[in-house]
Design a protein around this ligand. Sequence first.
Ligand code: SF4
Length: 516
Amino acid sequence: MGSDHPVRIQSMANTPTSNVEASVDQCRRIIHAGADYVRFTVPAMNDAEPLAAIRTAIRKEGLQTPLIADVHFNSDIALKVAGVVEKVRINPGNFAAGGEAFREKLLALIGICRSHGVALRIGVNHGSLSPRIMDRYGDTPEGMAESALEYLRVCREADFDQVVVSMKASNVLVMVAATRLVARMMDTEGMHFPLHLGVTEAGEGEDGRIKSAAGIGTLLLEGLGDTIRVSLTEDPEHEIPVARKLLEVAGRAAEAVPFPESDATGGYVKRPSRSVGIIGGNHPPVVMGADDLSGIALHLVTLSRPEMTEAVIQDLSDDPLAVLVYRCTSGNVQAELRWLRAKLEQQRCIVPVIFQLQVNETTADGFQIVSAASLGGAFIDGFGNGIWLTAAPAIAEEVIRSTAFGILQACRARITRTDYISCPSCGRTNFDLITTTARIREATSHLKGLKIGIMGCIVNGPGEMADADYGYVGAGKGKITLYKGKEVVKRGIPEERAVDELIALIREGGDWKDPA
Ligand code: SF4
C-alpha cells in the first residue's frame, strides 16, 4: 500500500470473531469479491484468540489476504492482536487515557508491530475524538487532524513508518476537509504516510453509495488515498464493487488530459452567483428535470470547455438573465469544474452555473457512483447552482432524478430527504441492522431534513452518530436505547417495540409529520 502501489480495497466482516465458522465464511466471500484486506473488530480480549483461528483457516485455504484487527478502548487488546494479524487499527480518540499517557502505550504497540512486521492504522473518527482534543479544537477537521498528528509524530520519532492514517466522518464535508487537512499538515511536517479513505455510517442502497462516492471519489480524484473502504449497511461483500467502480472513475480521471489551471486543492468557499428566478444567489441548487422552471425569465446558455472564451464569459456577465449550462466533457470532471470556476472567477463572472453530465453507465449503481464521484467535489467546495444528469436508456428517469437529489443531499447543498446515519455493523452489533434500517426508513423517509442515527452498539454508536437528531442504538442483546441529540431518553426497550418507540419520541420532540 502507498507509494506507487495501486489503491487497495478493503472491507470489514460483521460477524463476531467468536463465531469462527461464520467469520471464515464471510471473510472468504469478501476476498472472493475482490478485497485486498479484510478487517475484524476485536472488542474484548477473548475475541483476539478466535481471530488467530480465523487467520489459520483462511491461510489453509491458500488465501493470503492480509487481515486487520480493529481495536477501540483497550490498548492491551492492540498489543495482543499485533502478533496475530497483518495490521492493527487503533482510534486515537480512545486508545489510551488523556494527557501524554498514550505515548508509552503507543511506543509499546509500535515495538510489537515492528517485531512482527505488522502495520498500524491511526484511524481518527469525527464522532470519537478524545476529551483533550475536544476541549482544544471541538469536533472540527482541525481536531481530527491534530488527533492523528500527535500519534504520527510518535511513530516518526520511533522511526516506524509502517503506518496508515484515516479521517472518517459520516458528514462527507467533514471527512473531505479533515483528510485534505491532515495530508497538508503531514506535508508541512515532512511526513508522507499513506491515507485510508472512508465515509462512516454512510447507510445502505442509493444513499450509502452516493455518500461514499462523493466523499471518497472527491479525494481520489485529487490524488489522495492509498486504500479505501466503502461502508454500507449491507452484506460486506456488496462494498467491493462500489469501491472498484470508484477506482475505475479515478483511473479514468488520471488518464484524462490534465487541467494545469485547476491545481487548487479545494476547500469550501461558496461561489457568489447572481440570482435568476430560483437559480443562483442563495437558492439551493436546482435539479433539471425535477424543479419547475417554467415561469422563470431566463436564458439557458449551453457551453462546453472549448467555447468558454473570454468574450463569451463577458456576454454571460452582461446578461442578467443568463444561466450557464456547462456540459462536462472531460474524463476528469472534478478538475474540469475547478478549471471552470477559476476561469469564471478570473473575469468576476457571477453567472449561475448548472452542471450537465452524461453518464454512460448501464446499471443504477454504476450511474449513482460515477455521477456522485464526478460532481461531488464541486458541490462540496461550494460551486454549482444546479445539476442536470443524463443517462443511457437503461437507466430509469426516477433513478436519474433521485441520484441528482442524493448528490446534493450528500454534499449538504440541498436537503430534501431524511438523513440516515447507519453503521455498517460489525462483530459488536446487537441487532439485525439491515432489516431494522429498512423498517425505520419505511416509517420515517418522509421527514425531510431529519437526521436519524441507527447504530449497532452502545460502545461506538453514540459517538459515531454525533450529528444525528434522533438515535436508535443497540444496547445489549435485543435491547435498544433511544437518543434525542446526544441525550439518552429511553433505555432497555425490547427490540420488537423499539421502532414504534422511536416514532413516538420523534412525535414528542415535535419533529413528526404525517406522510403526505
Ligand atoms: S457502531 Fe456499528 S460498526 Fe461501529 S462498532 Fe458499533 S456495531 Fe460496530
